[in-house]
Design a protein around this ligand. Sequence first.
Ligand code: PLP
Length: 471
Amino acid sequence: MNNRLYGNLIFELSKEGRRGYSLPRNHVGNYEIPASMRRTKDAELPACDELTVVRHYTNLSNNNFGVDTGFYPLGSCTMKYNPKINEEMASLPKFQNLHPLQPDNTVLGVKALVLFLEQALCTLTGLAHFTFKPYAGAHGELTGLMTIDNYHRSRGDMARKKVIVPDSAHGTNPASAAVCGLEVVEVKSMSDGTVDVDDLKRIVAEQGDEIAAMMMTNPNTLGLFEKNIPEIAELIHNCGGLMYYDGANLNPMLGVCRPGDMGFDVMHINLHKTFSTPHGGGGPGAGPVGVREGLQEFFPFVSPYNGNFCVMMRACAYILSLGAEQIKNVGPLATLNANYIKESLKDVYELPIDGLCCHEFVFDGLKDKSTGVTTMDVAKRLLDYGYHAPTIYFPLLFHESLMIEPTENESKETLDSFIAVMRKIAEEAKTHPDEVKSAPHNTPIGRVDDVLAAKHPIVTYRAMKNDEMKD
Ligand SMILES: *Cc1c(COP(=O)(O)O)cnc(C)c1O
């Protein structure tokens, strides 16, 4: 589309004999590598001049979309601003060059930081102890469920092998339960999107002796505050189970209310979401697990080391720079921003569950279904206007889910421009739907066949050259 050689691989820019770098003169003499260990033909490396290499990778990086380049309303992921002070702190050489096997007396400051973070998380959650071993939210779920399993087994209560999970839950909840060897029992949601307590009563009456735990996300995956938690916690505790809190959505609760006070026994926190670490593309993360007093002795062995220290360091910097008073504004501002977008768009996008949301909410596609324009089309068209798409087709409760989470950091101007573009797309869906259905038009790569990409991923240059490119 222009002279930037978009789409070229560095191998395709290669010209035999070109050089970008010369090795310094050898001052130490030659060492003859035994013939049996030498390659028989030269490695196939691209041969490019330095300027071509610099432009190639700089252009690639410009194709990247991040929180630092534009609005990123990806629901459930809490793509909030990552303050630069965090990066400065996490990249201090004395933290960067730590080795996990360093003697204890050389890392006393680091241990003090971990202790500080544990105390801060205990204060924010109302729980008593945290382990920092898990590397992500899902890993935290597994660690938390193993803790619960260990607890029941320590009491000789071997029959408790079932975990109650709401039908609105994040997919990692049932997956973690399955990996832990537990059976998932699904509890229904009511039409207002929160857990159906009557359905839960039925499950507890029928299978109470087998219930190990109930997993809940609050606000739940629809962005709704679960109002009946005290009653739910009482039901579960009375039948002998424990309450697990999926804390990936802790952001709107920071300093406002605490899982420990609501009756939860075990939880994980996604430090990379709530406490600001850049986490697009799958990492890095940290999923510390917190427990009520007495349960810490049941933490399982999931890793010999504490998890991603740099993520923990960023969380410390974030908490310290906001402080106890400012941190209380995070939740209300995230909630205000989400409700502002929701109310400004609900006349053109279908809002299946009306009322106040917390930090995020879900539309069920465009209100006018006659245009044939789907949530996928809206998401692709947003790219043309320079926005990252919201989360789409999740949660599974609706056919055309479009899940928007603006976070607390965005200005009113940013929210207003996003709202204007969303309204414009709704208008385009009526006036020229084909342009929306064939979007994106302004990106380096148009609409990809993601089923083909998932089924036949081509991840090597050679495979692409020889076979698949012809198909
Ligand atoms: C993101 C998320 C998870 C999983 O966390 P990872 O760090 O991606 O493993 C679990 N539950 C909810 C509600 C989430 O939003």
